[in-house]
Design a protein around this ligand. Structure first.
Ligand code: SAM
Length: 238
């Protein structure tokens, strides 16, 4: 039976998710696992329809945490991270927690963009990235063992609780040889982890778990090595 994602993916060319998917059925994030859907999932799903996140959102985020920063400071680090991503060896990949495609078009090689949110994947497909999209859970990746060379995960590892992150790393290692994590840095004064309250346009408040990283500590945690160690961004390959 055709899923709505057949339509979303129809312009993807020859390389299709069926080459890497573990089963024909996508993980039913709003179906059989719907009861487990965390509030943060709904937050990201709903946020997608509020428009693209920009450097000014990032600046507001850091200022909200009491960090002295300018848009130029953040932009300079984002540009360096993007340069490092583009300079990686081209490979097959699954991008987990791809969101609206912040880094998807920068990933060298060919792969699939995965997210739990229907809305963000539709935004992703309307942008410049040509990757097919798959809706699924990072903790139960609907991907075959050793299906791709690389898992790329930007700003999702830091959303996972201790138990979840172990599961995520095991899943990444099951499907790929390499795991690349990009996430939030930890400027002085910012907590290593805490629950945040996020408000959307309609005034509704969501609770989101968030970590902020020192690149060396993150590398030790996932048995990798730091590639970028900034105030606002870190990048580790494992
Ligand atoms: C902070 S956004 C990051 C988006 C993009 N990668 C970036 O760096 O801007 C986190 C994304 O991860 C997705 N996400 C969170 N938990 C997930 C899970 N368990 N499985 C799949 N996607 C998840 C959310 O829907 C959201 O799109």
């Amino acid at each position: 039976m055709a899923s709505s994602f057949d339509a979303v993916n129809s312009a993807c060319g020859d390389w299709t998710p069926s080459e890497v998917l573990g089963s024909a059925k996508l993980v039913g994030v709003t179906g059989e696992h719907g009861a487990e859907r965390p509030g943060s999932w709904e937050y990201y799903d709903r946020r997608a329809v509020e428009g693209t996140r920009t450097i000014s959102h990032a600046l507001a985020y850091w200022k909200g945490l009491g960090v002295q920063a300018t848009a130029a400071d953040i932009e300079a680090e984002a540009a360096e991270v993007r340069r490092l991503i583009r300079s990686m060896q081209p490979s097959t990949f699954v991008e987990v927690g791809a969101g609206p495609g912040t880094f998807t078009a920068d990933l060298p090689g060919s792969g699939v963009a995965l997210d739990q949110s229907d809305a963000v994947l539709r935004v992703l497909r309307s942008g410049s990235a040509s990757s097919p999209v798959v809706r699924g859970d990072a903790l139960r990746l609907p991907i075959r063992d050793r299906a791709v060379a690389r898992v790329f995960a930007a700003h999702i590892y830091g959303l996972l609780t201790e138990e979840e992150r172990g599961t995520f790393v095991r899943e990444a290692r099951r499907i790929a040889e390499e795991l690349v994590v990009v996430d939030a840095g930890r400027p002085p004064g910012v907590p290593a982890e805490h629950w945040q309250h996020r408000t959307l346009g309609g005034g509704e408040i969501f609770r989101v778990f968030r970590r902020h990283f020192d690149a060396v500590a993150l590398a030790a945690e996932i048995d990798g090595r730091p590639r970028f160690s900034g105030r606002f961004y870190v990048m580790v390959t494992a």
